[in-house]
Every structure is written in C-alpha cells, then in structure tokens.
Design a protein around this ligand. Structure first.
Ligand code: HEC
Length: 236
C-alpha cells in the first residue's frame, strides 16, 4: 500500500469501527445462537430419523470391505503413503501442523486487503489444499473394491449364523481368521463334496474314524447341518 492508500484504509477502518459492535459479547452471542440452532436441528433429526449403525462386526463375514465414512476417506488414502512405523506422522504430525497453521493464519498473514483477487497466494494455497483433499477422496473411492463375494441366499445366511452360534470358529478359521485346531474351511468345497461335508458335521467319525472333531447332530438338526454345509460351499 502506498501512504495515500494506507490513510484511506485507516480512515475507513476507524469509521467502520465506530459504527460496529464489539466482538464480545455481540458476535460471540450470534455465534452461540447460530451453533445452538444447528445443534438443535441435528438433535431433531436424530430423534426423528434415528442414527443407524452398521451391522455388528462379524469375523466370519468375508465380504465386508472396511472403510471409514466419506469425510475421512482422504485421510484414509493419505495414510496409505506412510509406511507402518511412520503412520504417526500421517495421523498426528501432519494434521496438527495443518490445524496450527490455520490457527496462526491471521497472525501470519497481515495482508491489509480482503478481496480474493488481491490475495493470490492465500487463495492459491487454500485452493490447492481443497483440490488435494478432493483428489485424495476421489482416488480412495476409486481404490475401494466392490464387496467381493455375492450376497448369501437366505439358506446360506442361516448357515452362516449357525456357524457362528455353534462356535465352529473356535477350532476353524475361514481364510486365516479363526481357530487353528481344525483345517481352514475356506476351500472345504474343493476338498469334499457336499454330502461329505454334511456328514462330517453330523458325525465326523463316520467319515474319518480318527476324527477329533465333536459330532454336531445333536445339538444341530439335519436341516441346520445342511444350511451350514451350503454356507461352507460358498467359501472359495
Ligand atoms: C473342538 C474343535 C472343533 C469344533 C468346535 C469344530 N470342528 Fe470341525 N474339525 C475339527 C478338527 C480337528 C478337524 C480335522 C479332522 C478331525 O480331527 O476331525 C475338523 C474337520 C472339519 C471338517 C472337514 C474339513 C476338511 O477339510 O477335512 C469340516 C467340514 C468341519 N470340521 C466343519 C465344522 C463345523 C461346520 C463346525 C461347527 C458346527 C465345526 N467343524 C466345529 C475341530 C472342530
């Protein structure tokens, strides 16, 4: 600013300041009122529509693709570029620096003009941050695999529930998740036909005299064993 501009600016500033109201309490009060209103609307939405939760975590569900909410996808994507032991840099250091920079921005940028066209550096920097965030969000969604396996039929789904209820996972894993006493059941359908699997669950000793797995008929009924069998056949 040249001296003439500066004088004009200071004059206008003094005039406006005389006309205006103090930040405390007037602006603070407006902020509080507006925030309270937004909060109230949110609460009304919660009461009226509820807050849906995702299904309970289920270690036997191999189709689940774990991803954060959309507004954290950029961070999720960004973390992929930090190797394991440096994750804290991405999770703590970078966001803290960004927030601190935002906090100190009014002190760092003492530029007298407010119009965007007169603040190219700030505008370019802010736009880059926004663009980069949008870009990271975009590639995070691009890189999200569709839920892998097809949905289970009702019979297969009942089988999956019985598998959980009977704690088969205490001894068996599915694709590596679960107990190690018995074999991984992911490829059971390739090793045995459905009749054999069914028979094995009902009475292991009938298939394999040395079997150590307990028989499940009872507690399970014949149809229930069949449902589990159908479920196991979906695991490839
Ligand atoms: C106490 C541990 C234990 C439990 C509980 C258990 N199993 Fe097993 N299962 C085994 C073991 C060990 C084997 C390996 C052969 C043997 O010793 O019987 C096996 C074998 C099998 C096999 C044959 C797989 C193959 O590839 O040879 C199937 C199918 C099977 N189990 C299904 C089930 C189902 C379904 C349940 C739940 C209803 C279940 N098991 C519960 C221990 C268990």
């Amino acid at each position: 600013m040249n001296p003439e501009q500066k004088e004009k600016y200071l004059k206008r500033y003094a005039e406006l300041k005389k006309k205006g109201k103090a930040f405390y309490p007037y602006s603070i009060f407006k902020d509080v009122a507006a925030s309270a209103l937004v909060l109230l609307i949110l609460l009304l939405f919660i009461v009226a529509f509820g807050v849906p939760l995702e299904a309970k975590a289920d270690p036997t569900n191999t189709t689940f693709v774990p991803r954060p909410e959309w507004y954290f996808m950029f961070l999720f994507e960004a973390l992929k570029y930090f190797p394991g032991e440096l994750e804290w840099v991405g999770v703590v250091v970078v966001p803290s620096i960004t927030l601190l920079a935002l906090f100190f921005f009014p002190f760092l940028d003492r530029h007298p003009f407010r119009h965007p066209s007169r603040r190219p550096i700030s505008i370019v920097l802010a736009s880059l941050v926004v663009l980069f965030t949008v870009f990271l969000t975009y590639i995070a969604f691009e890189g999200t695999p569709a839920a892998t396996a097809e949905k289970l039929s009702p019979v297969e789904e009942s089988g999956r529930r019985l598998y959980q209820a009977q704690n088969c996972a205490v001894c068996h894993s599915i694709k590596g998740t679960g107990g190690k006493t018995g074999p991984d059941l992911a490829g059971a359908g390739d090793r045995m036909n459905s009749a054999n699997i069914h028979q094995y669950i009902e009475n292991p000793k009938a298939v394999n005299p040395n079997a150590t797995m307990p028989a499940f008929l009872p507690p399970l009924a014949h149809e229930e064993v069949e449902q589990i069998t159908r479920y196991l056949l979906t695991l490839k």
